[in-house]
Design a protein. Structure first.
Length: 415
């Protein structure tokens, strides 16, 4: 069976057209008449994707082929089976436009999976990695093969571990080529929960797995953008008792974050940046870098988007000139201070299909600012992508996006 697919990716910081085809052939049979509850699976799989930069026409290929032979599946309950997939072959190969191999996966992966006899995935139990493995970071290959011609951002991407500066948090630093020629605007980026850590060099490395830090780390950030970009790292202290009601509800992320807000932003349970953390980091950044205090901007995604809303609730326009929260939960801030949020121009983004943070977390505060507080649409912006889920950030932050948050930010200054 062959299944073609195509999509536009913004994960590297610029649009990439991906056209691919996945081919599979799977059969199963009982191991023996005496053991009807033990099945053998045999499968052959392959895929091929062409990644193209539509602006330049440059392209490269990612392909893979692997075999799952005589995999034993044991009945767990009803029609659910547990089995171990031994993935052998060449599951990941990168080729340039001439067919020259750039990277090749040669290791063996063993996946433990629960599957039912109707062909439905039930659960993933873990993976055992053996042998040499190449990096699966496609943006690293895209940067060299089809990337932006106007970006050298990776050369100015620096980790600043906790304790090595006067910052209260470890952070990632980007200085534009124009830095030092005149005071620069400052953009503070707040990451999601998956990039939390203790601020050490190893922990900060995960920042490059998502959004703006990823775009910068892999030359997806145009040199002409004038911002100093600083991305602090929050050390997720986790939750405590009293959050159990959020485990099995729709929009569990919204439930958890709203509960934490209602408990008074307890620092011992902080799942995301606290308002005080953001305030103290901005205070440090404005003092330590040659930046314009009137052009300080705040953005964040998911947990970081919520952190941006919470910061605006407490601090208002004391430090920032404009804010862009993405996939954040802004209703607690709106319910707490209402029209006081109008002191900072805010453009909120969300995916309509988000099942982690309720899209109403962006819709309610922005429509409230417009309808109840009389804020103009250009100062209370709202973009809801109809076909996107929780990841509404890569398309927003990328060059070639249908929106331009960077020009919008620079249009605003503090009094």
């Amino acid at each position: 069976m062959s299944e073609p697919y195509d999509y536009r990716s913004f994960e590297c910081g610029y649009p990439i057209e991906v056209a691919g085809e996945f081919t599979s052939a799977v059969v199963s049979r009982p191991r023996s008449p005496k053991e009807p509850d033990v099945l053998y699976f045999h499968g052959r799989f392959s895929f091929r994707e062409v990644w193209t930069n539509p602006g330049t026409g440059a392209r490269f290929v990612i392909r893979g082929t692997w075999l799952e032979a005589d995999v034993t599946a044991t009945l767990v309950e009803d029609n659910v089976y547990e089995y171990t997939v031994i993935q052998a072959g060449q599951p990941f190969v990168v080729e340039d436009s001439t067919g020259r191999v750039i990277a090749r996966e040669r290791g063996v992966l063993r996946y433990q999976i629960l599957w039912d006899t109707d062909g439905n995935f039930v659960d993933f139990l873990g993976v055992d990695v053996r042998g040499p493995h190449s990096s699966l970071n496609t943006c690293r290959y895209a940067a060299d093969l089809i990337g932006l011609t106007n970006s050298t951002s990776s050369q100015r991407y620096t980790l600043r571990p906790a304790g090595t500066t006067g910052s209260p948090l470890g952070y990632v630093e980007y200085l534009p080529p124009s830095y030092g020629q005149a005071t620069s605007p400052l953009l503070v980026f707040l990451h999601g929960s998956g990039e939390s850590g203790d601020g050490s060099a190893d922990a900060l490395a995960v920042q490059a797995e998502q959004a703006i830090p990823r775009h910068i780390a892999y030359d997806g950030w145009p040199d002409e953008r004038p911002f100093v970009v600083l991305a602090p790292q929050h050390d997720d202290t986790g939750g405590g008792p009293g959050y159990e009601h959020c485990d099995d509800v729709a929009f569990g992320g919204s439930c958890f974050l709203t509960t934490w807000h209602d408990r008074g932003h307890l620092s011992t349970e902080a799942p995301c940046f606290t308002p005080d953390e953001v305030r103290d980091f901005i205070t440090y950044a404005v003092g330590a870098y040659d930046v314009d205090p009137a052009r300080v901007y705040l953005t964040g995604l998911s947990c970081g988007g919520f952190g941006a809303w919470e910061y605006l609730e407490i601090q208002g326009d004391a430090q920032v000139a404009a804010a862009v929260p993405i996939a954040g939960e802004g209703r607690p801030a709106w319910e707490a201070v209402g029209c006081d949020l109008a002191s900072v121009p805010t453009w909120a983004f969300h995916g309509a299909l988000d099942d982690v943070i309720d899209p109403q977390g962006s819709i309610v505060p922005i429509t409230g600012l417009r309808n109840q507080c009389g804020v103009a649409d250009e100062e209370a912006g709202l973009t809801v992508y109809p076909h996107r889920d929780h990841d509404s950030w890569n398309i927003t932050y990328a060059q070639g996006s249908p929106v331009d948050i960077y020009t919008w930010l620079l249009d605003h200054t503090s009094p």
